[in-house]
Structure formats: C-alpha cells, structure tokens
Design a protein around this ligand. Structure first.
Ligand code: ZN
Length: 247
C-alpha cells in the first residue's frame, strides 16, 4: 500500500514526462560533472549568456555568484551534486531544470516588475515559470522539479510551494500551447509570465500580509544562522569548542 505522500510523489514523477519510463531509468543515472558542464554550455547559449564558470563541491546544492566588480565580469555557479540529489533532484532532467532556473535569474538580473511586494518572490516565480516553460519546449521531463519546488515553505527569499508549482505549471501550459518544434522565444515566455503574475498578484500580496511573521521567522536553507553561543553556560561543550577555535 502506498502512503498518500508517496502516491502524490509518484503522480508527479509520471506526469508531464516525455517518456514515463525515463523517470525510472534516468533516476538510476549517475549525474556527472561533465554532464552538468555540457548542459550549462547548451542552456547558456539558449539564454544568449556567456557560460558561467562552474565549480563543484560547494556547501549549498546550487549557488550563483555574480561578478563582484566591474573588473571581474565572470559569473560563477557553485554546484554540489550530492546535495542536489539529497534535495530530490536525482535525475539529469531535474538537475537541468535547476540550472535553467539559475540561468533565468542571471538573464533577468536587475529586472523587476514591482507587482509583488517581495521582489525576491517575484524573481523566484519568474525563474520557475521560465525553467518550466523551457524544459517543456525541450521535451524534457520537469515533473520532479515541479514536485520538489511545490513542497517548499514560504521564506523571505522564496514563495510558498503551492504558488511556485502553479507558476511552473503555467509555464509548462504556455509551452505546450506553442506548436511542436517552435523556436524558444524568451520574450514570449516573459510576456506570458507577466500576464500570469498580474492575475496572481493580489493573492500573493495577501499571502505576504497574512503570513508576515511566520515568513520572517522561517528558516531559509540558503541563509546561514549566526548562533550566539556566548549566551550558553560555560559548561556547554559547543561554547567551549567555539571559544577554543577563536583563540
Ligand atoms: Zn531561485
């Protein structure tokens, strides 16, 4: 007997997949650094961006570092394949969707429509919509990506899972409405995103208002928490260890 959670999980795995059997075969694939590098070159080209430098073994599953000065124009991506897999992005297409999401952020850098009261949320919904639309147009299975983002909680930087999944689904729906083999036009996808954002703005802003306190206190996995260890008693082993490290 499947639990209902597992049944939902399976539903998303099978759904919207180019070939439902891929899910089972590709989940057993070993995701290599070479394969990620190759996909990054392909996707950067699709966005008209120069390929970011990528390094492996970071603390976070996937992280973008923007150019730090006018002299250094290199965008860097830090990736940890094991951590991505731990988060559930355990097939090649789910990882490619994540890359696509990050490249959408780089592509739209500095652009804000200003409809959503939280600009981070607006940027995330944009990246989810774009990634999902592009994956669909590439005939790649994005079900797992959409399943995982749909399970997230609302934080200061990321919207609640249900709305992220809704935007990703809308991106997919738009891509499906295009004729088969149509070239990917990013401006068209952006235009559709904007329309969808407008129809959902009121709900998003109401959610932000009603959940202000829990959003501000939600733990965001992208943020590191500073622990005030000095407030612990001197007998606390963590405090003793950290004091020792300081000396
Ligand atoms: Zn993002």
């Amino acid at each position: 007997m499947y639990s209902s959670d597992f049944a939902t999980f399976m539903k998303w795995q099978r759904r919207e997949c180019a070939n439902i059997f891929n899910v089972f075969f590709q989940d057993t694939n070993i995701i290599t650094e070479e394969c990620i590098q190759k996909e990054l070159v392909f996707l950067s080209d699709l966005f008209g961006l120069s390929t970011p430098d990528i390094s492996f073994g970071s603390d976070a599953p996937l992280q973008v570092e923007l150019p730090s000065s006018s002299k250094d124009s290199t965008t860097r991506i830090k990736c940890n394949i094991c951590k991505l897999q731990e988060c559930g992005f355990n097939n090649k297409e789910a990882v490619v969707a994540c890359l696509c999401h990050e490249l959408s952020h780089i592509y739209s850098l500095g652009q804000s429509y200003g409809y959503c009261e939280n600009e981070h949320w607006e940027a995330e919904l944009y990246a989810d919509f774009m990634a999902s639309a592009i994956m669909t147009m590439l005939n790649a299975a994005g079900g797992k990506y959409r399943y995982i983002i749909g399970n997230g909680i609302a934080t200061r930087t990321h919207p609640y899972g249900e709305i992220r999944q809704r935007f990703a689904m809308a991106g997919r729906k738009f891509a499906l409405s295009m004729s088969k083999g149509a070239t990917i036009n990013l401006e068209d996808i952006e235009g559709e995103y904007l329309l969808f954002l407008l129809t959902n703005t009121k709900e998003i802003n109401t959610y932000l208002q009603e959940h202000k306190s829990e959003i501000n206190h939600a733990f965001d996995s992208n943020e590191s928490l500073e622990i005030d260890y000095m407030k612990y008693q001197d007998t606390n082993l963590i405090k003793q260890y950290l004091l020792k490290q300081k000396i």
